[in-house]
Write a protein that binds this ligand. Structure first.
Ligand code: CTP
Ligand code: CA
Length: 252
């Protein structure tokens, strides 16, 4: 796809995008994973570069070629993704969590391959993973003095301006989440947006061959303190551009 003809409205912005899906090791050869291809995250990275941003792409188990012009860090587990995203977010203006992050991981990882000859298999006990998006939102809340950041232009910092917060260390001005929902899509999405403290939440309906591994996508982008934006079924680049339009508007 030709990426010419885009506005250069992200020049000077440092943007972190996570893509793909994390894998949690059971033993040295097996893992618990998910179906994320990384296509949406890569489309976000490519279009952000085309719009002038300085992009760090944290890619979890993606088999796509590195997008030109982006700095790519490859990770596997949620722990690795978390470390890479939090580190890159320290001086980022925008963080987009497009990766499908495993909610749970095996509580213990076997050091050696589990063998059939070991007898009847043991159940795999799971434990919760940290929620990286919620952590980013929480970190911003704390570093901006405990006030909820509603919008870049409307930041509740006594005596401070929006740009003080946008430029503060470790405080991305715009945090974007993704959510795949199978039912009660909008209600679940609104609750998730509030719970995670993000500014935008891209909500996909999944199931029936939608979203995973396909070049096309449709979504509703929920906006904190604003009206939702419907993005019709089309190339994942179009959804990416719709996200960047909303992100650029937050800086305007
Ligand atoms: N996410 C994250 N860390 C996790 C789980 C999810 O950062 N441990 C991020 C995803 O990258 C996504 C957003 O949170 O941007 C929403 O993910 P989703 O799986 O829809 O939400 P959950 O809070 O995990 O809720 P559930 O899976 O129960 O619907
Ligand atoms: Ca989840």
């Amino acid at each position: 796809r030709v990426l010419r003809g885009r506005p250069r409205d992200l020049v000077g912005r440092k943007i972190v995008v996570s893509a793909g899906g994390t894998r949690e090791a059971i033993d040295p050869v097996r893992y618990i994973g998910n179906r994320s291809s990384g296509l949406q995250g890569y489309a976000l990275a490519r279009t952000a570069v085309a719009r002038g941003a300085e992009v760090t792409l944290v890619a979890a188990n993606v088999t796509l070629p590195d997008p030109a012009g982006a700095a790519v860090t490859r990770v596997q587990s949620t722990a690795e993704l978390r470390e890479a995203v939090l580190a890159a977010s320290e001086d980022a203006d925008v963080v987009v969590m497009a990766a499908a992050v495993a909610d749970f991981r095996p509580a213990a990882r076997h050091d050696t391959k589990i063998k059939k000859t070991d007898g009847e298999p043991e159940p795999i006990r799971l434990t919760k993973n940290p929620d990286i998006l919620a952590e980013l939102g929480e970190r911003r809340r704390q570093r901006s003095g405990g006030a909820a950041v509603v919008a870049v232009a409307d930041v509740a910092v006594p005596g401070g301006s929006a740009m003080d917060v946008a430029g503060a260390k470790g405080v991305p001005a715009v945090i974007v989440g993704f959510a795949a929902e199978t039912h009660d899509v909008l209600a679940n999405g609104q609750a998730k947006l509030a719970r995670k403290g993000c500014d935008l939440l891209v909500v996909n309906q999944v199931g029936e061959g939608l979203a995973f591994g396909t070049p096309d996508n449709a979504a509703t982008v929920l906006v904190a303190g604003g009206d939702p934006v419907e993005v019709p079924f089309g190339p994942k680049e179009d959804l990416a551009d719709a996200v960047w339009d909303l992100v650029a508007a937050r800086f305007a």
